[in-house]
Design a protein around this ligand. Structure first.
Ligand code: FAD
Length: 445
């Protein structure tokens, strides 16, 4: 019988195993997960801290028992330490029995994700956490309760930093956010991130730019600017490192620590597939440029593709990503897709900005929305889009991203049909306006 081993049991691994079982009842499937939990919603964890997710149980999806009912065998606390692609075997370390054994596969699916980067200045302090796995959430919530935490220091201003800041604030904890340089949330253009500062002022979050923690002194953090601040709880969110060290001794190609994959989801070795945060793929609309997308939805898309590849339908393939993403910070939403600002600069392009109300301007709750698109001078394709506002950001980024994914150009936006009545949009929606403006701008170029 064909035997599939899956490395990693959360977003990519658990989904790939489920999809494969749905498509093929006979294949033997084993998941190895090095930690306690499998198949949980990491994305919901910040919202459990703030109370929008009320039940811890609702963050978990499949358990090893439920998987066993579907004839999928899960081994938690089992870490894959090496892959021998010539022998088609993996070395497994069983943490509970402190023993090592070898297991063999016909196909291997790698979804090992990443681990949070550690800051040397705080890594040994007992009040410092990162929020990455479900057990981290448990430690943080327990620590907050047991120590009656009223203040916290949040290091980093990526999307996890923003979400955790919002949710700690909702829980009544006063947050000081530290950013080591002068730009917060670099995923959005520096001249469009004003809403983040507004939200922090409105919500009483203290922001310190160009500031790091030098060291921790009891319940205080000593900062690089010489200040000593209360820091009974410190949460770091400063990026992740792909969990691919265990592949160093294998013949699997790695690039900058990431696993490049092809359109089938295969690594350089035919019977080894990979997905999730640890993979390197390419942009769908600019295929010569690579992307690592540390988001849940690409892992789910690839899980479906890889399951179909293994179950026999090779026509379902991976066409690359746009990297569409969105973050909520209190009342504001920020979304982008496409190349980074740095990468877009390498391609001849022009930009179009449009600021208008998200719905008919006469509605009392109409609010501003700002879209910027970066348009390829050659093809008219939107290389990058950024959208900022309160309501309606999600709709605009999703329309632009779906349109681009299907090959639409900025000029086609004049004919895009946005459902209109005053509470939703305006007869010339901000999306249409981008199209009109782009046509004018292109004529002037
Ligand atoms: C707080 C938080 C909020 C997030 N919010 C969002 C969001 O709003 N939207 C979004 O799209 N994404 C979000 N994400 C990102 C999303 O969760 C990840 O992109 C996704 O989980 C990646 O899936 P993965 O399978 O690659 O890695 P993971 O889900 O991290 O799973 C990898 C698993 O592999 C295990 N593993 C690693 N190495 C080995 C080994 N050698 N042997 C055995 N097991 C191993 C790890 O322990 C881990 O459990 C969020 C993440 C976090 C932490």
């Amino acid at each position: 019988m064909t035997r599939v081993i899956v490395v990693g049991g959360v977003a990519g691994g658990a989904t790939a195993a489920s999809q494969l079982r749905r498509l093929n009842p006979d294949i033997e499937i084993v998941i190895y997960e090095r930690y306690r939990d499998i198949s949980y919603g990491s994305c919901g964890m910040p919202y459990y801290i703030g109370g929008d997710v009320e039940k811890w149980d609702s963050l978990t999806n499949m358990t090893p028992e439920k998987f066993r009912d579907r004839n999928i065998f899960v081994k938690t606390e089992h870490e894959i330490t090496a892959v021998n692609s010539k022998e088609n075997t993996v070395t497994v370390y069983d943490k509970n029995s402190d023993t090592e054994f070898t297991d063999s596969y016909d196909y291997l699916i790698l979804s090992p994700g990443g681990s949070p980067k550690k800051l040397p200045a705080v890594k040994d302090s007992s009040q410092t956490f990162s929020l990455h796995k479900l057990a981290d959430l448990d430690y943080i919530v327990k620590f907050i309760k047991e120590n009656n935490i009223k203040e916290a220091v949040l290091v980093g201003s990526g999307y996890i930093g923003l979400e955790v800041t919002e949710n700690l604030t909702k829980r009544g904890i006063k947050v000081t956010m530290l950013q080591h340089d002068e730009q917060i949330y670099k995923n959005i253009e520096a001249d469009m991130n004003g809403v983040l500062y507004e939200a922090m002022t409105e919500q009483g979050v203290t922001l310190k730019l160009n500031t790091e923690i030098d060291y921790v002194d009891g319940g205080k953090a000593v900062l690089s600017n010489g200040e000593k601040i209360d820091a009974p709880l410190i949460i770091t969110g400063v990026g992740i490192t792909p969990n691919t060290k265990f592949l160093n001794s294998s013949n699997i190609t790695l690039k900058d620590g990431l696993i490049p994959i092809n359109k089938n989801g295969q690594t350089n070795i035919d019977n080894i597939y990979a997905l999730g945060d640890a993979v390197m793929t390419h942009f769908q609309h600019v295929p010569e440029m690579t992307i690592q997308s540390v988001l849940a939805w690409p892992a789910h898309r690839l899980a479906h593709i890889i399951a179909n590849q293994l179950a026999g339908d090779r026509s379902i393939t991976h066409e690359g990503l746009l990297g569409t993403n969105i973050v909520k910070f209190f009342d504001y939403n920020i979304a982008t897709f496409g190349l980074s600002e740095k990468d877009v600069a390498e391609i001849p392009h022009f930009t179009v900005d449009q600021k208008q109300k998200n719905k008919s301007g006469y509605m009392k709750d109409a609010s501003p929305i700002h879209i910027r698109v970066y348009v390829s001078k050659g093809s008219g394709l939107i290389l990058r889009a950024a959208v900022v506002g309160t309501e309606g950001v999600d709709k605009r980024i999703d329309v632009l991203s779906a349109h681009t994914r299907l090959g639409g150009t900025v000029y086609d936006l004049i004919n895009i049909e946005i459902g209109y009545s005053p509470p939703f949009s305006s007869p010339k929606d901000v999306i249409n306006m981008i199209g009109y403006k782009a046509i004018e701008k292109a004529e002037d170029l």
